[in-house]
Design a protein around this ligand. Sequence first.
Ligand code: ATP
Length: 235
Amino acid sequence: MLEVQDLHVSYGQVDAVRGVTLTLEPGQIVSVIGPNGAGKTTLLAAAMGLLPSKGGLRFEGQDLHGLDVEARVERGLCLVPEKRELFGELTVQDNLMLGGFPRKLRGAALKRQMDFVCDRFPRLGERRSQRADTLSGGERQMLALGRALMSSPRLLMLDEPSLGLAPLIVQEILAFVRGLRDEGVSILLVEQNARAALDSSDHGYVLETGEIALSGASAELAVDPRVQATYLGGA
Ligand code: ATP
């Protein structure tokens, strides 16, 4: 579904992603774990078209180079950024509506999609008319996910959904993400929380200083001594 082949992304002189090759099959959760500054956010930004990149980048067989962000959303890609990027002064409902904007949802179609998302996240439904900045951290992450779902993505890219959340809330968010996978949405999950990411994904990649250091089935990576020593606290 997503094929990344020898991808390079630079910020001027800084080579942040250096020859990354990665594959995501339909219906999979693929995680990318690695330390601060490894290039995880940069990889997602390049896949979404927010940064220029060199190398192979294909989605459902189609070359993504040359497609802008909007065209990538139309094809079914969606990114939930690390900082959630919600509009705090707008209501939950208005934030969701903005998620439907790239798909040009209006009228009955917009209402249907909004009801669908609020059914999935009852807490968002209850807080529809509340300002986004009154939500808890977990609810904000749910709103960011709900807003992404407004564009009916086929590949959802999540940048550190666990960031700043209590362990129980992280479990709740990841259970939801697995539910989406089971309904056929493919997920590229970037996480510093290696344990949570490997527990929830089918396949994993370890990114270090812009390069893939290790990859494999998540269950195998979770017992790999190198992953255990560096990312799982030697557990
Ligand atoms: P984090 O978890 O901290 O977000 P990350 O794995 O997502 O880390 P990136 O944010 O992709 O890593 O950063 C990769 C490298 O690119 C780092 O060396 C970082 O300093 C550098 N970098 C990131 N953004 C910029 C920028 N706008 N300009 C210059 N260098 C940048």
